[in-house]
Design a protein around this ligand. Sequence first.
Ligand code: TYD
Ligand code: MG
Length: 455
Amino acid sequence: MARAKAQFVCQNCGTVHSRWAGKCDGCGAWNTLVEENEAGGIASGPGKPRSKGKPVALTSLSGDIEDAPRIRTGISELDRVTGGGFVRGSALLVGGDPGIGKSTLLMQAAAALARQGNTIIYVSGEEAVAQIRLRAQRLGAADTDVKLAAETNVEDILATLAQEKRPDLVIIDSIQTLWSDVAESAPGTVTQVRTGAQAMIRFAKKTGAAVVLVGHVTKEGQIAGPRVVEHMVDAVLYFEGDRGHHYRILRTVKNRFGPTDEIGVFEMSDGGLGEVANPSELFLGERNDKAPGASVFAGMEGTRPVLVEVQALVAPSPLGTPRRAVVGWDSARLSMILAVLEAHCGVRLGQHDVYLNVAGGYRISEPAADLAVASALVSSLAGLALPADCVYFGEISLSGAVRPVAHTAQRLKEAEKLGFGQAVLPKGSSDMPKNASGTWNTVDALADLVVKIAG
Ligand code: TYD
Ligand code: MG
C-alpha cells in the first residue's frame, strides 16, 4: 500500500489544508492545524465483492408510516430536547465544556433506562470503572444494571459491544478519547475522532441501538472538538451554563427526528442534575423589581415560554468613546437599538456608557427581546423603575416601528401564570389570548413607549 499523502487538518473545524499555516482558512482559528494522514476511515479489504443496492420508488413503499422508535428516559427535560426520547438506530452527540455535567446527566439517563429493563452500556475512556461507580453512587444509581466499560480503542469497544446481545443504548464518553487501529494519527485528532464516531454510528445503524457520543468543547484546538462530527450524527445537543450559576441548559441544535431550538433546564446539586420544570421562576428568582433599568422579557425557547430579566445601566461616560458592554445578548443588536432610540425617539446616548446584562447567565437569541431591551435602557437613563408586574416583547425595526412576533398567546399566558398583570406588546399581534385578565398594552412606535416610560 502506498503511503498516504500528508495533509493538515484544522482541529477546530476540520478544514483540510495542503500545507501548514498558522491560521485556519476555514474558521480563522490560530494554531489549530495538525498534520494528519489522508487515509482515514475503516479500510475495506481489497477485492471484496460489492453488493448492489436497488433504488425503490417512494410510492411503492406501503404500510403505515411509523414514528421513529424511541426510548424514553422519563427525565422530562431530557426527553423534551431529544424530541421524545433517544431514537433507536440513531446517533446523538452531546457537547459541552469540560465539567459542565455531561457525564452526570448521561449516567442519570442510563440509570433511569436501566431501571425500566433496558440494556445500557456506558463506555468511558476518561474514568476508570471504579470512578464511574463512585459517581453513580452519588447519583443514587449504583443499584442499577448499567454495564460499565473503560475502553478507548474502537475495535476493542466494538468487540465488547458484540458480546452483549442487544444493547438498547450505548454511551461513549468521550469521542476525544477514541482511537482506532486503522487511522494513523494521534488520538484526539480530527481523523481519529471522525473514524471512531463513524464506527459507532455504523454500529447504531446496524444493531438498532441508540448511541450517544459525548464531545468536549475544546478551546485550544489541540484536540478535535465536537463540531467535526456534528454533520455525521442524527442529533446534536449542547450543554450551556457557566460556573457562576448552578443551572444548566441543554439545547438542541440539530435533530433529524424532532424539533430544534428546544431547551431543557437542569439544576446541578449534590445529587446530580435535577429537572427545572418552570425555568421562568428560576430566572426571575432574585429580582429587585424596584430598581430602574430592569425589564422582564417574555421570550420563547422552542415550544416553551421563558421569562427573563433584562438589566441595563446607562451612565454618563468619562471617556471620549463611551463603553458598550453586553452579556447574554447580541452586541450588534444593542447598537441598533441605541441608534433607533437616538434617531427616532430623541434619546441621546452618545455621551453615555451602556451596559446590558441578561439575568442569571441566560442567553437570548430572539429579536423579540428588542422592546424589553429598549425599555430597560430608557428606564435606566430616566432613573425611573418600570412597573413591577409588566412584561415586554416585540421586535423593533430601523424605522422605529414595533413589529409583531410569533406566539403572543403563549408568552402572555406564561406571564399571567407567574403573576404579571400587564404587558407591552406590538400592535397587530395576531394570536391575542381571549378572556385574559391582564392589561395588555399595544404599541406600534417605539417613540410612544419612550414617552410613556420617561414621562
Ligand atoms: P461531569 O458530569 O463530570 O462533567 P463533564 O462530563 O461534562 O466533564 O460534571 C462534573 C461537575 O459536576 C463537577 O464539577 C462536579 C459537579 N457535580 C455536582 O455538583 N454534583 C454531582 O452530583 C456530580 C456527579 C457532579
Ligand atoms: Mg465527563
